[in-house]
Design a protein. Structure first.
Length: 349
């Protein structure tokens, strides 16, 4: 099992890795449309639910606000890495504290393009210069209270949070199941663990050890190859970083479960407005929260998207040091209304 090296003490920097995409970018949308049009019949059958909908790729300014939350609640963080596909947030200020990592600099050319976050995140531990201990974020996840490092890492490992969802049924993975449910089932199958807990993990910051992921890749190269074989998310492929690695870590005492105060908002849910109100009321009292874009194919001016942005702006009104003061299309540190996506998908597909 991996051992913490001399640079992983209590005072060593803890880096932060984000995945980010601007789903409105015409060049990127054309690339996505061409990849979708080139899919084989077999690949189409293997698509996971919601694998290629607008909500999966839409930029609703979540990264901007997640960085504001990071700076507000974890100012002692290390370097920030933003993993993107030939894109850079227009509001991002050049700084020696942040590096944009292009897919082409991290993923072999033969595996590109890919639009599956599970595929992309299987490479994050290979980022050059990444600290031994690091946080991995999807951009819709936010710290919600001051971060105490010992609440996320212990000596030789890290913690993980279970979701509040009901237990997953004990059956094989299947095409119509949610991605977290199938991830749980597939992990149980591959780990062959009788004591495997049939619950999903929370949408949370992922505290991880680089050496642990390196060890896992060495032990299970076939699973990494499977995760790296997709263009779009497939229902029968592993979720390595957000599920399998956590359960494997628990078996090897590299990951322990921990209770956190947390909050989950589904922006496309029937009670989204109430959820956002409750989230604002609990500001500063939850360890982390997620505002998941589940509006799928909503138009850019959809009130649910604007409500989510307004809630984030209410909680984090002050621009972070990562932001340009007045980038194009912004006012007082906030962007204007979302741009209407180009229609290249319909034109190609």
């Amino acid at each position: 099992m991996p051992n913490l090296n001399a640079n992983t003490g209590d005072h060593a920097p803890i880096d932060v890795v984000y995945l980010w995409v601007d789903g409105n970018d015409p060049a990127w949308r054309l690339k996505r449309a061409r990849a979708a049009a080139a899919m084989s019949a077999t690949d189409r059958v293997r698509l996971a639910p919601h694998a290629n909908v607008e909500g999966r790729y839409r930029d609703n300014d979540e990264l901007r606000y997640s960085l504001r939350a990071l700076e507000r609640f974890f100012p002692a963080h290390g370097h920030v890495y933003i993993v993107t596909d030939a894109q850079t947030p227009h509001w991002l200020r050049h700084s020696n504290r942040v590096t944009v990592i292009d897919h082409r600099d991290l993923i072999p050319a033969a595996r590109l393009p890919t639009f599956d976050s599970g595929h992309i995140e299987s490479y994050v531990h290979r980022i050059p210069g990444l600290s031994e201990r690091f946080f991995y974020f999807n951009d819709d996840v936010f710290f919600g209270a001051p971060v105490q490092v010992n609440d996320w890492f212990f000596d030789g490992g890290s913690y993980a949070a279970w979701s509040d969802e009901a237990a997953v049924s004990d059956e094989p993975a299947h095409p119509n199941a949610s991605a977290p449910d199938n991830a749980c089932r597939l992990s149980k199958l591959w780990l062959n663990a009788a004591s495997h807990r049939f619950n999903t993990f929370a949408h949370a910051p992922r505290p991880l050890l680089k050496s642990a992921l390196q060890a896992l890749e060495g032990q299970a190269p076939e699973l990494f190859a499977l995760a790296r074989s997709t263009v779009f998310r497939a229902w029968d492929q592993p979720s390595l970083i957000c599920d399998f690695a956590l359960r494997w870590g628990m078996q090897n005492d590299l990951v322990r479960s921990r209770d956190y105060r947390h909050f989950y908002v589904s922006s496309g849910g029937a009670n989204a407005a109430q959820q956002l109100g409750n989230l604002i009321a609990s500001w500063g009292q939850v360890d982390f929260f997620c505002v998941n874009d589940t509006t799928d194919d909503a138009l850019a001016q959809d009130a649910r998207l604007l409500s989510a942005r307004e809630a984030l702006q209410h909680m984090f009104p002050r621009p972070s040091s990562f932001e340009l003061l007045n980038p194009e299309g912004s006012s007082n540190g906030t962007t204007g209304l979302l741009r209407q996506p180009e229609s290249v998908l319909a034109e190609v597909v």
